[in-house]
Ligand binder design. Structure first.
Ligand SMILES: [Ca+2]
Length: 445
């Protein structure tokens, strides 16, 4: 458990700790202490930004900085910057950072716990609002990035490696919510919506919630909705790189694409829809893809055939066009489409030029959702999707994080129904008899 400690107190404690050591004598220890002081000081300083602060302040909680782009410039590996609540007309780009983190000591830029932080693009950057191109191991978390007041650029651009976005809301960008390359990124529990305001008459292909050409990255949890083209597009348009080994899991993707995004006004050159999976060994699993223009596109760009795409245990519902389009443009090899539910889409799975496909245990009829009109795709008792799936070693849990399988087999779709776990017994008062353990629950002991 971490506590927020003002900068002076942290520094004071370090000197105190070292002083005790010095009193014990020994030049060697003094030398060691001096090194330790510098090392510790470099590894964990917490700074603050506040609307009531000043950039000439030291950045403590009592005397915080005023601007985010100034504050990020003082951060070293292991440091944390907390941004106090409020709306900042500001931005940060990689030239604002004077250092990056390391694998064992990330830089963290975070909204202050319990306060709402909005960073609204100040328009001072000709390319974009929030760009991190040369620094690594930076965690951006608990804030809203608002691109709505400038008619230029993407909200976030990443060209480097190992950046984490956690619980960040990204909205209103002229182009993409996030445009990302590089490797080892994590996008956890994001809310990405209303991006791609640029009229498609200016740039016909249109823009997306996330447009990633990354490798070895994880997109887990979160919502991607109301964007101009696709909610999430995982494919590189470059001919000399394949976006590879990315995992998309447990995401909710809805209302993206022409006639769906931007409050229904969106016009996407390619139609747009839920998700694109291209290039090599990318995985889409445990996700809800619904009410988009198209559902899932397994398709390459720039003549690159899709290789080894895996579409496991998704619920694909109510999309205007196909639920899954497979191999359009450049073809697809060795795709696995397993344990999905497709219902009320314009069509089900449309395959073009494909080879080596494994397509099994997919349900193409009404499975009995709890309340699809409200986005509740849990299965009702007795659903044909329960225990109808294939065991998949790569799918260990479900959309809600519950372990698979519950019961004898995997369920289809994004949710695993705990159909065989009895409800918790209601305690009687007074407890005249010991409660009976519910059936099918293994008691450790
Ligand atoms: Ca099951």
């Amino acid at each position: 458990m971490s506590t927020i400690m003002p900068y002076e107190r942290q520094v004071g404690k370090r000197y105190l700790d070292c002083g005790v050591t010095i009193l014990r004598g020994a030049w060697l220890l003094m030398w060691f202490c001096a090194v330790l002081c510098i090392t510790v000081n470099a590894e964990a300083t917490t700074y603050y930004v506040s609307l009531s602060g000043s950039d000439s302040n030291p950045g403590t909680i009592q005397e915080p900085f005023r601007s985010v782009n100034h504050a990020v410039g003082v951060l070293r590996a292991g440091d944390t910057l907390y941004i106090r609540g409020g709306t900042y007309i500001d931005r940060f780009v990689d030239t604002d950072f004077t250092a990056g983190g390391t694998a064992s000591a990330h830089i963290v830029v975070s909204g202050y716990p319990g306060e709402t932080v909005v960073i609204r693009n100040n328009g001072s950057d000709a390319i974009t609002g929030f760009m991190i191109a040369n620094r690594e191991y930076i965690d951006i978390q608990d804030m809203k990035l608002d691109g709505s007041n400038v008619n230029i650029g993407d909200a976030v651009v990443l060209f480097n490696n190992n950046i984490t976005f956690r619980r960040v809301e990204i909205f209103g960008a002229w182009k993409n919510g996030i445009l990302g390359g590089g490797s080892g990124h994590q996008f956890i529990d994001l809310k990405v919506h209303g991006n791609g305001r640029q009229p498609n008459t200016e740039y016909p292909p249109g823009h997306n919630g996330l447009y990633l050409a990354t490798d070895n990255s994880v997109i887990r949890g979160g919502e991607f909705y109301d964007n101009q083209c696709y909610g999430l597009r995982m494919v590189d348009s470059a001919t000399n790189h394949r976006s590879s080994n990315n995992l998309i899991a447990g995401v909710r993707i809805y209302n993206n694409g022409s006639g769906k995004g931007l409050g229904g006004t969106s016009r996407c050159g390619s139609g747009g829809g839920g998700a694109v999976i291209g290039d090599t060994n990318n995985v889409l699993q445990n996700s809800l893809i619904y009410n988009n223009t198209l559902g899932v596109d397994i398709t390459g760009l720039s003549g690159k055939m899709v290789q080894g795409a895996k579409v496991y245990n998704n619920t694909i519902y109510g999309n205007t066009g196909y639920g899954i389009g497979h191999g359009l443009f450049a073809g697809a090899a060795d795709t696995q489409i397993i344990n999905n539910i497709l219902h009320l889409n314009g069509s089900t799975i449309i395959s073009y030029s494909v080879s080596g496909t494994v397509q099994s245990s997919n349900l193409m009829s009404d499975p009995g959702f709890t309340d699809p009109g409200r986005g509740d795709f849990r299965l009702r008792t007795g659903s044909a999707a329960i225990d109808a799936g294939t065991a998949l070693a790569a799918v260990r849990d479900d959309f809600a994080g519950a372990a698979r399988p519950a019961g004898p087999r995997y369920d289809l779709g994004a949710y695993e129904t705990n159909a065989t776990v009895a409800s918790t017994p209601t305690p009687t008062s007074p407890a005249s008899t010991p409660p009976t353990p519910p059936k099918n629950v293994k008691i450790k002991g």
